[in-house]
Design a binder for this molecule. Structure first.
Ligand code: ADP
Length: 479
């Protein structure tokens, strides 16, 4: 089992694949080219020799025909000449008459015999033919013999041994064998070299990643091997940085949470201790301290509830329960609930809608968005101030504007107000009773709806929060 998985991992390794590819690139062209070039060489050599032989045979046409040699007239001179030609070709010459009878044979073996070769029949009809006889490695050409009237009176057959081709091929093959061995050795060396060169930086990177997994602090060292690997290393570094920043913000969040949760507890402890530590405490003081303790419990509860909302919102893959919601009605409903708080501070809340808006939103989460914005506009306001809420839409988005003429936000704080636990004016916020989580919740909820929120504010003059959300919810594709 272990061996098998080892085999599979070797089999899938880049090193192995590169080695095989380079080997194949070296060997395949060689294996393909050698047989093709050999075949080509042989056929060209046969064709060339056949053409030369035919030309040679045609030179003897007149001599053979006019001397009556084709009709069987003896001619010693021609006998010798043709024998010399046959010997020089390491072959044989036959003269065949129109009745397919051999009348001359440079081997003197078959004179008087009748031939029945297809090529001779075609030749006696006027065609020049050649044929390569593989077993005897001989090329046989036949040309017609024609008299002065153009009549075909016989055929001249010339054989030539092609042994020399086979010898050349053998020599060529032995050279190719040596070349093949050299190519295989070079391919193996090149493949080993390149497979090591390719896989070494990968192994180095895997080692560095091991280090990161163990310590989770370092960065990948700079990769100077291939652009692709450099890109991968850069991306890894980005991921590592992202993980670091997530880690840092998580740590900061946890310490903020502990701090925030501790503060009301500390206050309650101080109140309780001071009651326990003093004797004969009047009942009024007990009552007063108990009210304070109750307030601190409310505050603790609010922080916990806000934290729960935030965590629910932050959870990756958090689901939106989207439905078509009448935003006008939703805002009116929320304002009705917040009216008592506004009235307490003598703050005028005005809602203006430019058109009826129905949008696909998660009603619960969107209620949180509007509530937080309007609540803040009331909370961070002056006695007798105003809050204006406007609702509008176009064909794609709906817009909610929450405007107040309250305390405003200092310029340097504006970029941070959406961060968790951030409070522009800590002492004031505490007095007002904020947790610093409201706008973080608001922003997350809006982001989940693929919308955005912006703030404009001037210290001492007031703030305007602009929200833009698509009318139709489109689920974001998982990345
Ligand atoms: P909090 O619970 O403190 O209200 P938020 O996240 O809702 O927390 O707001 C963050 C901070 O932004 C607040 O502490 C306050 O300083 C500032 N802020 C938010 N809304 C307003 C506003 N309408 N006017 C002035 N300051 C605001």
């Amino acid at each position: 089992m272990k061996n098998r998985s080892r085999f599979i991992s070797v089999h899938h390794s880049l090193k192995f694949k590169i080695a095989i590819i380079i080997l194949l690139i070296g060997i395949i062209p060689f294996m393909v080219c050698v047989p093709i070039s050999l075949r080509e060489y042989k056929s060209v050599a046969i064709r060339t020799d056949a053409t030369n032989l035919m030309a040679q045979a045609l030179q003897y046409n007149n001599q053979i025909v006019t001397s009556g040699y084709v009709s069987g007239e003896p001619n010693n001179m021609l006998d010798t000449e043709l024998k010399a030609v046959a010997d020089s070709n390491n072959g044989r010459i036959l003269v065949i008459n129109s009745s397919l009878k051999i009348v001359r044979d440079s081997f003197s073996a078959d004179i008087g015999k009748t031939v029945v070769w297809g090529n001779i029949i075609y030749t006696l009809q006027g065609e020049q033919k050649y044929y390569y006889d593989e077993p005897t490695k001989t090329i046989i050409v036949s040309v017609p013999l024609t008299n002065s009237d153009g009549e075909i009176v016989g055929a001249l057959v010339l054989n030539k041994s092609m042994d020399y081709i086979e010898q050349n091929i053998d020599i060529f093959l032995s050279y190719m064998l040596i070349a093949g061995v050299i190519i295989i050795v070079i391919s193996i060396l090149v493949s080993v070299f390149y497979s090591i060169r390719f896989s070494k930086p990968m192994a180095k990177m895997a080692d560095s990643l091991d280090g990161i997994i163990r310590e989770y602090t370092t960065e990948l060292p700079e990769q100077k091997s291939f652009t692709e690997l450099e890109n991968v290393a850069n991306k890894f570094n980005q991921v590592i940085q992202k993980l670091h920043s997530i880690d840092e913000s998580r740590e900061e969040f946890v310490s903020n949470v502990s701090h925030e949760l501790k503060t009301p507890l500390t206050s309650m402890k101080v109140l309780a201790d001071s009651l326990n530590g003093s004797e004969d405490v009047p009942i009024e003081m007990y009552k007063e301290f108990m009210v304070d303790i109750g307030d601190e419990i409310d505050r603790e509860t609010k922080i916990i509830n806000d934290l729960l909302s935030l965590v629910r919102m932050d959870k990756s893959g958090a689901q939106l329960n989207v439905s078509a919601v009448n935003i006008n009605e939703l805002i009116e409903h929320i304002l009705k609930r917040l009216k008592p708080i506004a009235e307490k501070a003598n703050i005028e809340v005005v809602f203006e809608s430019f058109r009826p808006v129905v949008a696909e939103v998660d009603e619960v989460k969107f209620t949180l968005v509007i509530t937080n914005l309007v609540e803040n506009a009331i909370k961070y306001n002056n006695e007798g101030g105003w809050v204006h809420i406007t609702l509008n839409s176009d064909h794609q988005f709906f817009f909610i504007k929450v405007e107040d003429n309250g305390l405003g936000i200092p310029e340097e704080s504006a970029p941070h107000i959406f961060e968790r636990f951030y409070r522009a004016d800590k002492s004031h916020s505490r007095e007002i009773g904020g947790t610093g989580l409201g706008l973080a919740i608001t922003k997350s909820a809006i982001a989940m709806h693929n919308g955005e929120i912006k703030v404009r504010s001037k210290l001492g003059e007031g703030s305007t929060f602009d929200v833009r959300v698509p009318l139709n919810y489109i689920e974001k594709e998982m990345q």
